[in-house]
Design a protein around this ligand. Sequence first.
Ligand SMILES: [Zn+2]
Ligand SMILES: [Zn+2]
Length: 343
Amino acid sequence: MRAVEYLGPQQIELRRVPIPKPKAGELLVRVRSALTCGTDVKTYRRGHPKFPPPFVFGHEFGGDIVETGSDVEHFKAGMRVTANVFAECGECFFCRHGQGNLCEHLEYNFGAFAEYVIIPAPIVRVNTFEIPHHLSYAEAAVVEPLLTVVHGQRLLNIQPGESVAVIGAGGPISLMHIQMALLAGVSSIIAIGHSDLRLETARQLGAHHILNAHNIDTLAAIRELTEGRGADVVIECAGTKLAWETAVEVVRRGGRVEWFGGLPSGTKMELDATRLHYGAITLLNTHGGDAADARQAFQLLSDGRVNARALLSGELPLEQVETALKKMIAGEVIKMVINPDLH
Ligand SMILES: [Zn+2]
Ligand SMILES: [Zn+2]
């Protein structure tokens, strides 16, 4: 089969490799749609501390089961499925404390930018979903990034009538946060980003105020929109040091900041301790999610409360994964669908 291998920063290659065989508890899936993701972009640009090369790239996908390993229940050949990229063990210290996203034995699964992918047994058990007929393979594949947003939103516990500022708006994660905040009944969403093209999608999905940080003083604009106080909730989705610091500047006293976009390890921040302490500002950190978040995310996609189609900017063949990643980097697209049947 054809598979896109990740060989190191800025090195990916389409190769011919054997079609894998499913072992006990595993599924072999013919990939019909795979999605590019911010994590792929980060890994492509600078490598990933947790995932050394080489490996078959890509982790968000939808496809058809073609073969099941022994001891597989609930799934059979012919089913349309999607799966999360990881699963918690359910037994370690963190899992027993309801923090499955910090599991000591997280099982990961890469290999979606290929004609076939194996779903490992732990992920088959808790994080694989049959796709309902009304959802496309690509829409269903959004379950993985969405579950991390569901997890972050659970920590934020947004209340009806609150104001929310989203920094780094226009990227896929921010667009899902915007949709979830609207479901929570917020009174206003301020979307701050850099790409007019991507901010337009934020507006279409319901953001009330659009600020392009290139040509506006973000701090002043947010103060003006919130009677001088700052936003009740600030969600940082840009993954830059400046965005992390700005988030703390634009939240109101007594408000919550959630840092969502990870920074390179070793990054140090400059924060005003007085503002944090006497402003009683809550700082939340989140990444990943657990099986319960995945079930909730899949439900949100299935019943149409989260619009996944708005995040999908077009299709490209396996040969053009690198082009797709470069389009992501340039801010020209939100997510690209990689379709192995295209040539
Ligand atoms: Zn992803
Ligand atoms: Zn665990």
